[in-house]
Design a binder for this molecule. Sequence first.
Ligand SMILES: *Cc1c(COP(=O)(O)O)cnc(C)c1O
Length: 487
Amino acid sequence: MLSLDAKLRTKLWRQVVTSIESYLSEVGDMDVAPEVTVGEMCDLLRPFDFARPLEPTAAVDFAVDVMRRYHVHNAHPRYFGLFVPAPTTMGIAADALAAAFNPALGAWSLSPIAVEIERHLVRAFGDQFGYDLSGCDGVFTTGGSEANHTALLTALVSKFPNFNRGGLRSVDAQPVLYASSESHHSIHKAARLCGLGADSVREVPVDDHLRMDVNALSLRVDEDKAAGVAPFLIVATAGTTGAGTTDPLASLADYAARERLWLHVDAAWGGAAVLVPELKGLLDGIARADSITFDIHKWLSVPMGAGLYLTRHAEIMGQTFSTAASYMPPASAGASAADPYSHSMQWSRRFIGLKVFLSLAVAGWDGYAESIRHQVAMGDYLRLKLKAAGWDVVNRTPLPVVCFADSSYAGGHDPAYLNAIADQVLSSGRAWISTTTIGKGVTALRACVTNYKTQSEDVDILVEALQSARERCATFAGHKSNIGATS
Ligand SMILES: *Cc1c(COP(=O)(O)O)cnc(C)c1O
């Protein structure tokens, strides 16, 4: 049953391809998000006790049917959500091919072409970010979280020479790192996973534009040094998750060089700006970062998971990850340096690079620049429409993440009101947005253009859905503003 005969396979492939094609051509007419309970899901799955085998085509039909009905359709042009894009067509094809050939990217000798395709891409992206190719290396990861975790590890190995053998107990003073209060939660998680502990992350305050305050950073580093702990790493963010802002990378690069701290730039989403000449300036200074996180499965729209860790210190990869074991194939002549296991937390690893390679080969850098430029224009259009409809835009970024509250009601900045608006929009099925908290605990609605298919009509429908939501929540807002007036 693990391998089906050729006739059934052909039937199955056709069914899969037809299902994919109908989903992709119909998703724009579906409700963006389902309304569903955990109980319903459990009822659906209860019959699957795996005691009796199912017909392959029936099994696939089930999967397609439930994915269509019980899934937030991030491939929908009105999914204005987190950075989960509609996947590229070439990426979908590549993922099927990667599954079929199933190369294991542990050692070079196991799949020379897969390893070399990824190495070629690492250099191509390193070049885009301005790294000198003679010293540049990197590795594909499951996503930004693994790339950030890799960054913490490489920074530890680089700054504390005994760390590799002796672990943290061989380090005299407690290592501490700095990230802004707007940075991604994966930094905190990585600090715990590295054994540093959550308290080792110093949350640096941000300025009025939600960018890391370099003076505050410098004060905190001085304080920490005086207290006998060991600063080793600054994590700057290029394109924060909540509000799309970018820390001052050039000043941080100057500061990090002066203090001999490792500078990591988490450009998981915003790094794509490097591909667009008129946006590239946002990332000035990134070429001086010691390492960079860039998620290809975010703004470059390949299917998950495709993250990338890059560094301009090629030697640090092997120092951090290489090990030996008897079952590993002997290194081929001259190729051992390219064994991915010596660059990665992973051993058996999926061929992540193929979906990147095929998407980029077909779209080209220009095709991607075009797509990003279009989404930025949709973000600008959304900002205009929101302001015209009486919403307050509360974040400042050229990137298409728009955080906003309601300026037409006294209670229009109230978190409960904004959550009610987001719920109303979701349950209308017309769009997907969320709320977030930015800066000093300010709650805002958040709409992000993250789908290359989003057009101005989609933005118009979102703004209409917001207007209906506002009308339905009006009583609630009036009530809140009265409370505000009497307290
Ligand atoms: C999404 C994101 C991450 C985490 O990446 P995953 O691919 O989701 O693991 C890290 N940092 C930033 C700024 C992000 O936007």
